[in-house]
Every structure is written in structure tokens, then in C-alpha cells.
Design a protein around this ligand. Structure first.
Ligand code: SAM
Length: 349
């Protein structure tokens, strides 16, 4: 090569390196969590490689590889021959049901293998990842989780961790003083419902979710002493009409799962179930109206297509407002809540 030629062969890989190495890094993180490495270093900061290997019950050579990867990823700090957690890994050293620890088993046990089928899922506009990697006959992740209680628990731990953060903020930002009975569609294990019921003591809430989930929700509601005001009913929102008699409908982390056509149908069902003046709340991860991000919207859109339903994505706020308006709701506002979530509010004309 002459002096005037610039060698771009090494430089051109740099901007892509983070992407190439993403899956290795996640496996270092996941393995460390499965071994309880961050909890170990939380209890015994500054132990050596040999001590780490002994505590984890693995040989020193594989422990060396694990420690190298975690250190290079910024999950551990090495001082001479001693290892410590960093501010990045410290939150993973406890509270395994909370953000961020609850995300690791969800990514590892549910998403990791199915996401290999992203390209095929795009080509076929179908959740090929779910069909190839998660046993069961149901067309959706939720139906297949119902046949696998261990994975269903992993999913609801993750979902609960996200919803708790959102619900803690929502209780004071949504004015439910005039709502008497809220219908919580796809309400899961009642994280939103129980937070809202505790904040608003006059409020009745009906959760509608699949039967196995409704059962779990009712157990939790009973354990919190809220069964007189909150109850979950088992139903399939696509086959059954929504329960009547409510004056507000909440779709919490639900509509992004489904196609545009089904979302229109679901919001129309909500409109049929309530009277004029009733409120509509759509809580969903936020996507910018100009479709440039954020990252979480891109990641979850791939997940909804490849795994969860084969048809959903993180839609823009503007789309929800348009669909709601088509069936008689007037958009009344947008709130940013939780970690990257938004709530679109409306009222039935
Ligand atoms: C992403 S989770 C959201 C849970 C809850 N709203 C929250 O924000 O934490 C979606 C929920 O939709 C429920 N679901 C999926 N398909 C459904 C269907 N056809 N009918 C009723 N619920 C369904 C799932 O069981 C799950 O609890």
C-alpha cells in the first residue's frame, strides 16, 4: 500500500463492533447472573479468581474466561488480582424480581433462541421464532407460556418489574377521582390494578386476562386484601366481548402486541363496552411519531414480531390517537411515565 492510501479495513469494523459482540456480552451477563456472581461479589468484594472459581463450583480456567468477559464488558472491576462489582452490575446483586435483574432470565430463557429467527419472521410476517423454539400449539407466546409455568413466572416477573415502576408513577399522574369502575384489559398479574386500587379507595377494577393469568391475579389480589374491589376474569379478548358497566378502560402494555387491524377492533370493543364520558387509557412503550426510535421501541418491535404474536410493534402515539378517534374517543393528552412508557388518554364523545 502506498503512503497516500488510507487503510479503512480496520477502522470500518469499529462502528460495528458493539453489534457483533452484543450476543457474547449478553451471554457473559446471563452466565454471571445464573452463577450468582454479582451477589457473591456483593457479599465478598475483592475475592480472587481462585476464590471465585471455588465459590461458583467451576474450574479456574472457565472462571478466568467468565471474569475476563465480565471485566471487559464493564460488569466487573479488577484491581491487581481482586474482583469487584461496578455501578453497572451492583443493581444485579439483589432484588432479582426487580428491574434490571428480572430482565436477564426473560432475555435468556424466552427471547434469546427465538430471536435467531428474526430474518425469517420478517420474510414471512410471522413469529417464526416462537414456532421454532417454544413448544406448544398456541399462535402466541402468552398461550404457550400457559403450558410452561416456569417460563410464565419468568415472564410475569419481568412484566411486573416494568409495570411496578410505571404504576408507582401512574397512581398520582392519572386522575381517577371521577372513575368508579375501571376495566383493565390484559391486566396480567394485577400490578397496575393493585397499585391503582390502593391509591383510589373508591375504585372498582375488573381485570380481563387469559384464564391461567386471571387465576394468578386473583390469588395476588386476595393476598393483598383487595378482593372486595378488584377481581380478574378469565377470557379471550378476541373471542369475547368486554365486560360492561365500567366507565374507564385501560390497555396496559397490551395493544403493541397486536396488528393494526386487531388494535382497531379492540379499541372499538372498548368503545362498545362504555357510555359517553368514559375514559380511555393506553399505556405503552413510547415510539417517536417520526419513527426514528427510541432503542426500546426497536427492540420490542422485533420481539413482538418474532416471538410474542407475529404481528405487533411499538406503534406511535399518533396512531393510537387516530384509532381511538375513529371509534368515538377524543384524545385528551399524552404522559411520559416509567422507563420509556407513555400513556395516551381519551374520553368517549
Ligand atoms: C405484556 S402483558 C401486560 C400485562 C399488564 N397489563 C402489565 O402492564 O403489566 C400482556 C398480557 O396480555 C394477556 N393476553 C394475551 N393475549 C390475551 C387474550 N387473547 N385475551 C386476554 N388477555 C391476553 C397476557 O396474558 C398478558 O398478561
Amino acid at each position: 500500500m502506498s503512503d497516500t492510501q488510507i487503510d479503512t479495513s480496520t477502522n470500518s469494523i469499529e462502528p460495528l463492533r458493539e453489534l457483533f459482540y452484543g450476543h457474547y456480552r449478553f451471554q457473559y451477563l446471563s452466565a454471571a447472573c445464573q452463577f450468582g456472581l454479582f451477589e457473591l461479589l456483593g457479599r465478598e468484594p475483592g475475592i480472587t479468581r481462585k476464590e471465585v472459581a471455588e465459590r461458583l463450583g467451576i474450574q479456574e480456567q472457565p472462571a478466568r474466561i467468565l471474569l475476563l468477559g465480565c471485566t471487559s464488558a464493564g460488569l466487573l472491576r479488577k484491581e491487581e488480582d481482586r474482583y469487584f462489582n461496578t455501578p453497572v452490575s451492583e443493581p444485579l446483586a439483589g432484588k432479582l424480581d426487580d428491574i434490571p435483574a428480572a430482565f436477564v432470565p426473560w432475555e435468556q430463557q424466552i427471547n434469546y433462541r427465538p430471536m435467531f429467527w428474526f430474518y425469517e419472521s420478517l420474510k414471512e410476517y410471522s413469529n417464526v421464532g416462537l414456532q421454532r423454539e417454544i413448544p406448544g400449539a398456541s399462535p402466541t407466546l402468552y398461550g404457550r407460556l400457559a403450558e410452561d409455568p416456569a417460563k410464565e413466572t419468568v415472564f410475569h416477573n419481568m412484566m411486573g418489574s416494568v409495570s411496578r415502576v410505571m404504576a408507582e408513577e401512574l397512581v398520582d399522574r392519572l386522575d381517577l377521582s371521577k372513575v368508579t369502575h375501571l376495566l383493565d384489559i390484559g391486566g396480567g398479574t394485577a400490578v397496575n390494578a393493585t397499585h391503582l386500587a390502593r391509591r383510589w379507595p373508591h375504585l372498582q377494577i375488573t381485570i380481563a386476562d387469559l384464564p391461567t393469568v386471571a387465576e394468578r391475579a386473583n390469588e395476588k389480589i386476595a393476598s393483598l386484601g383487595l378482593s372486595d374491589r378488584v377481581r380478574a376474569v378469565g377470557l379471550d379478548v378476541f373471542k369475547d366481548e368486554f365486560p360492561k358497566g365500567c366507565d374507564a378502560v385501560l390497555f396496559g402494555h397490551f395493544l403493541e402486541i397486536w396488528s393494526i387491524e386487531r388494535n382497531r377492533e379492540l379499541i372499538a370493543k372498548a368503545a362498545r363496552a362504555v357510555e359517553s364520558g368514559a375514559s380511555l387509557f393506553v399505556a405503552t412503550p413510547e415510539a417517536y411519531d417520526d419513527e426514528t426510535g427510541p432503542d426500546v421501541a426497536a427492540a420490542l418491535s422485533a420481539y413482538f414480531l418474532t416471538i410474542a404474536s407475529g404481528e405487533g410493534m411499538v406503534y406511535t402515539m399518533r396512531e393510537y390517537e387516530e384509532w381511538a378517534s375513529e371509534v368515538g374517543f377524543e384524545a385528551t393528552g399524552r404522559l411520559s411515565v416509567g422507563i420509556g412508557d407513555a400513556v395516551i388518554t381519551g374520553v368517549k364523545r
